[in-house]
Design a protein around this ligand. Sequence first.
Ligand SMILES: Nc1ncnc2c1ncn2[C@@H]1O[C@H](COP(=O)(O)OP(=O)(O)O)[C@@H](O)[C@H]1O
Ligand SMILES: [Mg+2]
Length: 258
Amino acid sequence: MIEVRDLNILFGHGKSAIHAVRDATFTVAEGDSYGIVGESGSGKSTILRGLAGLVDDWSGEMLIQGQSLSQRRDKAGRKLLQMVFQDPYGSLHPRRTVNDTLKEPLVIHGFDKVEDRVVDALNEVGLGPQFRFRFPHQLSGGQRQRIAIARALILEPRVVLLDEPTSALDVSVQAEILNLLVRLRASHGLTYLMVSHDLAVVGHLCQRIAVMNRGAIIEEMTDEQMRSGEVQHAYTKQLWVASQGYDLDALSKFMEFE
Ligand SMILES: Nc1ncnc2c1ncn2[C@@H]1O[C@H](COP(=O)(O)OP(=O)(O)O)[C@@H](O)[C@H]1O
Ligand SMILES: [Mg+2]
């Protein structure tokens, strides 16, 4: 469903250029959840933004359902793939009601039964119709993220890109949102590509996990290998140890030495 080959993404030109993604290659089968972990600044969001068509300067290959990114600039192609961002506060327009937010993509893409679809979408993310005419400031962080998920799913995409979808939320709410995502993937047969700096979050949702360091994918593993700490690369070991809650200092030292 997703194929990325030798992807390179640069920001800027010449000496000051930032090589944000270096020769990234991975594939995600239909219905799978693929995770990308790595420290802040390692290039995770840039890969997702690349796949979403939000980056200009890239080389390599990006295919969704066998279609190259450059070939699917049409409306149908855009609908196939939706993205959920980290910050549920920034991603919803403060002066638009939930109803406006959910209706807009339906109208743009010419869907019928708009009202019914809005109510169904709210129910699906565990919010009743009573949330329909609220503004973002009348919602909690978790409720906002549920609306952002509803907005992504309302166009019936096949692929959902999740950029740290729970990082801005309290720990108790994180688990609720992750469980919702698991449920929605199963009921809609979705393919997920999720990035996070948190191995535990990715391990909860994904069967295969890539580790990124400074723009490059340095290792790929299964969720079982990750959980048992069966990891190859020294950087991944440090990420893993840090996720066990002991040794965040070791990670920063490791990055300095590498
Ligand atoms: N629009 C941009 N312009 C310039 N540099 C960027 C831009 N977006 C990201 N970068 C840089 O690319 C690198 C990777 O960033 P990002 O993909 O956001 O990392 P992550 O999501 O893993 O934290 C960082 O060095 C970041 O500063
Ligand atoms: Mg990011």
